[in-house]
Design a protein around this ligand. Structure first.
Ligand code: GLA
Length: 409
């Protein structure tokens, strides 16, 4: 059901998508939505697991996004329907408790509870939700949902949050209400994304720098189709190992550890903590280096940095699965590939390649075939464009915004 909806052509055509969402809204709630909000997923180009170590990440908010069509209610209740999951939820703004299991509606409830606890005036609403961000694939479908929903509450409530504050509140919802101790990467990307460029995010001071990718290079996301879940213990374990490493090195976060410091004190660190530290220190530096290499169009440097990142993810941080290794082989053997590596938290999900733009179709065809014959699984491959962060948009069939979207997809 989910895949059928996501793979359907209508979902990638902005007008058709809006018509379907409006029809769903009408069927579930009667009448018309009064506002529309969207927030993008993201793919990290470099900087695996550096965010919670206060390091650098090079990230791209992507054209795959979550749309919410909403209308206010006067009774302080919230009713939502997910088109992707064909599932709904309903709760009162003054009585929000998590539901059992790791259900998607906890992201909705968590955002509402967190904004309310900040003292922001919330209005009840009916909302139909549709996403083109594949779920559990490492492209931040949950952050896209959180940030789109916060944007709905913001618009209905008549107040404004800076994108930075909105991102931090959505992260708080995920950390404290849902119970997933993610870093800031996903929500920051979803709120601060910019059309046309990647962002170099400094996770210490939370500043971002726009990075324009040189012409002729495309970002292509390759989905292994093996799902990953952050609530699994591995992510929390990596975080704890990094904290142990930072404490042993006497720094507040691994951001402050240097390669020299690590080399001098490596013997004092237990394994695998030493390996985790080695990866993070190098990976954060690579995020800054890749920003320079992509802006300059320095293809050999892009290739080298991506190869080092994947090698470290495999041997030092140990977040690679057999499906990821098979995908890496398929990507590296494909025509037009410049560099390829893991994306998101690892442990399956999506990977990312930087590809010669003129060879994108040939790259896609090769990876489809090579990965399928190696694993018996058909991958999904998305060439992605940099997209703007969370925003309210014109949802009627009125024109301007749709024209921009259709030309982006
Ligand atoms: C997940 C988390 C992020 C980040 C990445 C790994 O996507 O939500 O905060 O830690 O993994 O870089």
């Amino acid at each position: 059901m989910l895949r059928a909806l996501q793979g359907a052509d209508w979902a990638l055509d902005a007008r058709a998508r809006a018509r379907r969402i409006a029809a769903c809204f009408h069927e579930r709630f009667a009448g018309e939505p009064e506002l529309w909000a969207r927030a993008p997923g993201r793919v990290d180009l470099m900087g695996s697991h550096t965010d919670y170590n206060r390091g650098f990440v090079l990230t791209l908010a992507i054209g795959r996004d979550t749309w919410i069509a909403a209308r206010r209610r006067d009774d302080r209740s919230v009713r939502v329907h997910s088109m992707n999951l064909d599932d709904g939820d309903q709760f009162l703004l003054d009585d929000i408790a998590p539901v059992g299991g790791s259900r998607w509606c906890n992201y909705v409830r968590g955002v509402a509870a967190t904004l309310r606890d900040e003292g922001l005036a919330l209005t009840g609403c009916d909302a139909a939700i549709h996403s083109t961000v594949p779920l559990e694939a490492g492209l931040s479908s949950s952050a896209a949902l959180e940030c789109a929903l916060a944007t709905v509450f913001e618009a209905l409530g008549g107040w404004r949050l800076t994108p930075e504050r909105k991102a931090l509140l959505c992260q708080k919802a995920e950390n404290q209400f849902v119970g997933v101790k993610c870093g800031i990467l996903d929500q920051y990307s979803s709120c601060l994304g910019r059309a046309g460029c990647a962002l170099l995010l400094d996770c210490r001071d939370l500043s971002t720098r726009a990075v324009w990718i040189a012409g002729g290079i495309r970002v292509v996301v390759c989905n292994t189709m093996s799902p990953r879940r952050l609530s699994g213990g591995e992510y929390a374990q990596r975080r704890a190992e990094c904290e142990r490493g930072a404490a042993a090195l006497g720094v507040s976060a691994l951001r402050d550890a240097t390669p020299e410091m690590l080399a001098a004190r490596r013997g004092e660190l237990p394994e695998p903590v030493a390996r985790r530290c080695e990866f993070i220190v190098a990976e954060s530096a690579r995020a800054e280096s890749l920003a320079l290499a992509l802006a300059a169009g320095d293809r050999p440097a892009v290739a080298r940095l991506c190869a080092e990142s994947f090698a470290g993810a495999r041997a030092l941080y140990e977040i690679c699965s057999p499906a990821m290794v098979a995908m890496m082989d398929a990507m590296l053997a494909a025509p037009g590939v410049i560099g390829a590596r893991q994306a998101g938290a690892g442990f399956g999900g999506c990977m990312v390649a930087l590809v010669d733009a003129a060879s994108t179709d040939a790259f896609r065809a090769h990876v489809q075939e090579a990965y399928r014959s190696a694993t018996d699984v058909a991958p999904e491959i998305y060439a992605v464009e940099a997209a703007p962060g969370a925003e309210v948009f014109e949802g009627g069939a009125k024109g301007g915004w749709w024209a921009r979207q259709d030309s982006n997809l």
